[in-house]
Every structure is written in structure tokens, then in C-alpha cells.
Design a binder for this molecule. Structure first.
Ligand code: BGC
Length: 535
């Protein structure tokens, strides 16, 4: 297996630095806090974590508005702390990914401040215009807050282009200096030992009149260049694509030849499977497999040197941009009945509340992202079924402090008050839902997911194997075969609240080690079985 890149078989974890662990009592999570919790990640069994933006930022977009790409937000620590984080993670066999926000900066970034004053060399580092009617075909992404992708700048007396918040001006990638500088940023953190990047919002780098300004050929060409530069110097590093795009457009971010998957990918190594995610929620609510089977049938093959990243939730709203308007209305109806639960074209809720706090379905949904093609990523707190706080603005409700134990502030911080309060309701509150309690209970969700991670690692076919659906099953059962190097795993998942009878070949239950003979098998509601075929 030595030629297989580490990220193809890895289990990932997403950390929101502000909310993971506060080490100095200021109420804000920080890097020394993450370091203090590395043993936790090792015990859980994850191979790598992605840390959301750690850079200096006025935090209009919670760190995705970066004011200095070469430093650490003072609330989070110092560059030395970051170096220590990488070293300490590596000492435990854990890899570290950071967010790379290529598309835009904060309006407080010195580059933008110089650009608006037409100070060289920054004059053309952003997308300026005398009018606000260019690129009319580009959609607005933050629909709830923004009415235009242009904003007027009173200093420069021109409009500037921004795909996200007004305070996040887009960089001008037609300027070669910008292209060079962002490559310097890429190298800077990899030189510290970072293992890769989650490539934020990559579809929007270039703008061209008459297009929707997404996934343009120029954007792909630049990303290929980033890949080349990374590969030349840091061959182990991984670039994970965040492109919330239709399937064919998403496929393009792996590079290679879309018509021929045997041609190796030459763009980004991994990509979040944005089309699969909402279909997992549809399937479990409907209690039948069709949405998942359909989307995977429609998913184009990707080159062998690439990998999907499968996920359930993250720090953003559960996006419904990639479903039809009818499906979106249905999803909102089912999963976000109250207007406060909705944001832009999505749902701002966490996994456990979406699944009515049913630990069977939370485990089952994780089983799906583990067993389907792609490397899974767990969103911090979902491993214990943390809740959300829909009364907090924007996406803050799904970014609340990690619930470590039942002490004040959930063991997250010793501060008297917290900028983002800990969840303290009767169902999801930290007194009930916390790591310590679940670690003490061998049957808890935490232990179940920990076991799942261990079993997953013992079944490389789940990470690397090909996929064939097993159709002769009840509609509520999603069953498929994964095969890799002589190892065959049959994975059965009951998506419904009723027991289902399936027919099994002889094999071994991978979870319990129990030998099962051929014949009928009763799969309890929301249960799954990963069977190592022996027949
Ligand atoms: C991130 C968001 C962020 C946006 C702009 C995204 O896709 O996940 O949290 O607001 O990029 O940077």
C-alpha cells in the first residue's frame, strides 16, 4: 500500500478553532487549546484534521475575511504556536490541513487599503469598475445579506467586485502579481510542515463577461498551476476542493480528462461531494435508497489518483444549492420548518437536531459516508451528537463551543462569559451531551463512531475499492459491494424505521467479528452491516 497517498485512506475531522478549546481563559478557542486536545483526536482515531481559518481577520465572515495570510489571529496564538500544533500533531501521527482562501481578502487587508488608494503595486490587485453592471450573469451567493456583487468604494470612487460579503473584496487573478503572491502563501504554510489545504471557494477566481463567472477555464488553469507547484516541492500534500457546483463542473476540479478517467488528475487531489450530501438526508427521511443510488450513478468517474471527500455537516449551512427547487422546498419543509433554521439556500442546523437526536441515524449516516467511495470527514461535535442554537446569527448556531464535560462552560473555557454561548438546553445541553460522559459509556455514540473508525481502517476496500450496487434488496436498504485486491466488503444500510429482511451470502460481520452463514438476515431499523464476504 506504500504507493497509495495517505489521504485516500484517511479519516478527516474538522476543527473550528474559535470553538474547540480555550487555553487562556479569554473565552475564545485557540491553537494551544487544540494542542491540548490532540490526544483526544488520536484516541478517536482520526488521521487528519482541517482547521478553519486561523489567520488575522476582523471576522466579518468568521475568519474567511483574511487580513494577513502570513500570520495567526492573535486570539488564536502565534506562528510559533501554529508550528507547535503541526509538530505535535505529527508526533501523534496526525496530519494538519488549513483553509486556503484564494478568492478574496478582508477589506481591512493592507493590500485592499493600498488598492483603494491606487498605491502601487496594489492598484490592480482587486476587481475595480466604474460601473456596477458588469458580469450580470454571476449569481449572488449570500442571498440573505447581499443584493449585488459590486460595492461602492468612496475612497477610490469605483465599484469593487465581491462574491461573498461586501467586506470581502475578490482578488484580481488577471494580475500576475496576485497569482504569484498567492503561491507564496501556499508555500509559506507548507514550509512550516502543513500537510495540505482545504481550498475555499475556488470556482470564483476569474471573471469573464457573458459567463456566470464560475469554474472558468482560467480558474482551472491557475489551480493546475497551484497543484504543480505543490507537487514539485511537497509531494505528500493534499489539496481538497470546496466547489459547490453541479456534478460535471465539480468533476473538472480533479483535472485529467473528463472523458477518460484513466488519465491522471492534475488539478486538486480531493473534492467534497456536494451533490451526495443532501441526498443522504433525503434518503434517510424518505426511508429509501433511490436518492443516493441516483446521484452516485450520475457521479462521473474520477481519476485513480483522486478521491472524493464525503461529509454530512460542516461550519456552513447545509447547502441546498445542488438540488432542484422542488427538492429544496421538500428539504426545507422536512428539516427546517422554522424560518430561523434557514439561511441563504440552505439549513443552518447541526446533524443531531436534523436527525431528531436519534443516535441510531447519526451512526448510520456516518456509516454511509465511511462506506461509500471517498474519505469521510467528521464535523467537530457531531461525534457526540452536539446540538445547535438557531437564535445565534448567521452560521454561528452550528459553531458553538465543543462540549467536553459537564463543568461550567462545558470544559471549553474558564472565562466568566463566552462570546458564543455553550449549548445549555435540556436535550443537547453540555450537562447531558459531552465527551466525558460518552467516553465513560461504552455504548455511546462516541464509542460507536470510534469503533467505526477502527473497523474502517481494517477494511481498505471501503476506502479504495470499486463500487457495485446490490439491487435485489428491499427499497429501504442501500446495499453495495466494495472490492479491492481480493477483499470484498458487502455493506447493507437500513434507511428506514422498520426492520428489513435481506439475503446474505456467507461472511463475517466486520463490526462484531461474528461469522454469518448464507440466508435471510434481519436488519433492525436504521442498522447497518458491513460483511466481509467469505463465500
Ligand atoms: C466557506 C464559508 C465562507 C465562504 C467565503 C465558503 O465556502 O465555507 O464559511 O463564508 O467560503 O469565504
Amino acid at each position: 500500500m506504500s504507493s497509495i497517498p495517505w489521504w485516500k485512506t484517511a479519516v478527516f475531522y474538522q476543527i473550528y478553532p474559535r470553538s474547540f478549546q480555550d487555553s487562556n481563559g479569554d473565552g475564545i478557542g485557540d491553537i494551544p487549546g487544540i494542542i491540548a486536545r490532540l490526544d483526544y483526536l488520536r484516541d478517536l482515531g482520526v488521521d487528519a484534521f482541517w482547521i478553519s481559518p486561523h489567520y488575522p481577520s476582523p471576522r466579518v465572515d468568521d475568519g474567511y475575511d483574511i487580513a494577513d495570510f502570513y500570520n495567526v489571529h492573535p486570539d488564536y496564538g502565534t506562528l510559533e504556536d501554529f508550528q507547535r500544533l503541526v509538530d505535535e500533531a505529527h508526533a501523534r501521527g496526525i496530519r494538519v490541513l488549513a483553509d486556503l482562501v484564494l478568492n478574496h481578502t478582508s477589506d481591512q487587508h493592507p493590500w485592499f487599503q493600498a488598492s483603494r488608494r491606487r498605491q502601487d503595486p496594489y492598484t490592480d490587485w482587486y476587481v475595480w469598475s466604474d460601473t456596477n453592471d458588469r458580469y450580470r450573469n454571476a449569481r449572488i451567493i449570500f442571498l440573505d445579506t447581499e443584493s449585488s456583487n459590486w460595492a461602492w468604494d468612496d475612497v477610490r470612487k469605483q465599484y469593487y467586485w465581491h462574491r461573498f460579503y461586501t467586506q470581502q473584496p475578490d482578488l484580481n487573478y488577471d494580475n500576475p502579481q496576485v497569482q504569484e503572491e498567492m503561491l507564496n502563501v501556499v508555500r509559506f504554510w507548507l514550509d512550516l510542515g502543513l500537510d495540505g489545504y482545504r481550498m475555499d471557494a475556488v470556482p470564483y477566481l476569474f471573471e469573464r463577461e457573458g459567463t456566470n463567472c464560475e469554474s472558468l477555464p482560467e480558474t482551472h488553469a491557475y489551480l493546475k498551476r497551484v497543484r504543480r507547484e505543490v507537487e514539485a516541492t511537497y509531494p505528500d500534500a493534499v489539496l481538497l476542493c470546496e466547489a459547490n457546483q453541479p456534478l460535471d463542473d465539480l468533476r473538472a476540479y480533479f483535472g485529467g480528462d473528463p472523458a477518460d478517467p484513466s488519465v491522471p488528475g492534475d488539478e486538486l487531489h480531493m473534492g467534497f461531494h456536494f451533490a451526495l450530501m443532501p441526498r443522504l438526508f433525503m434518503a434517510i427521511k424518505r426511508g429509501e435508497r433511490t436518492p443516493i443510488v441516483d446521484i452516485l450513478r450520475r457521479t462521473p468517474p474520477i481519476p485513480a489518483n483522486c478521491q472524493w471527500c464525503t461529509f454530512l455537516r460542516n461550519h456552513d449551512e447545509l447547502t441546498l444549492e445542488m438540488v432542484t427547487p422542488e427538492e429544496r422546498a421538500w428539504m426545507w419543509d422536512q428539516y427546517a420548518p422554522e424560518p430561523r433554521m434557514r439561511l441563504n439556500l440552505g439549513i443552518r442546523r447541526r446533524l443531531a437536531p436534523l436527525l431528531d437526536n436519534d443516535h441510531r441515524t447519526i451512526e448510520l449516516m456516518h456509516a454511509l459516508i465511511f462506506a461509500l467511495p471517498g474519505s469521510p470527514i467528521i464535523y467537530y461535535g457531531d461525534e457526540i451528537g452536539m446540538g445547535d442554537n438557531i437564535w445565534l446569527p448567521d452560521r454561528n448556531g452550528v459553531r458553538t463551543p465543543m462540549q467536553w464535560d459537564d463543568s461550567p462552560n462545558a470544559g471549553f473555557s474558564t472565562a466568566a462569559t463566552l462570546p458564543t454561548p455553550v449549548i445549555d438546553d435540556p436535550i443537547y445541553g453540555y450537562r447531558r451531551v459531552n465527551v466525558a460522559a460518552q467516553q465513560a459509556d461504552p455504548d455511546s455514540l462516541w464509542h460507536r463512531l470510534r469503533r467505526m473508525i477502527r473497523i474502517y481502517k481494517a477494511l481498505p476496500a471501503l476506502a479504495l475499492g470499486d463500487l457495485a450496487f446490490l439491487e435485489d434488496q428491499p427499497p429501504a436498504v442501500l446495499a453495495f459491494r466494495r472490492h479491492w485486491e481480493g477483499d470484498t466488503i458487502l455493506a447493507y444500510h437500513n434507511l428506514s424505521d422498520r426492520p428489513q429482511t435481506i439475503f446474505l451470502p456467507p461472511g463475517q460481520d466486520a463490526m462484531s467479528g461474528q461469522t454469518l452463514s448464507a440466508g435471510d438476515y434481519r436488519l433492525p431499523p436504521y442498522a447497518y452491516l458491513w460483511l466481509r464476504a467469505t463465500g
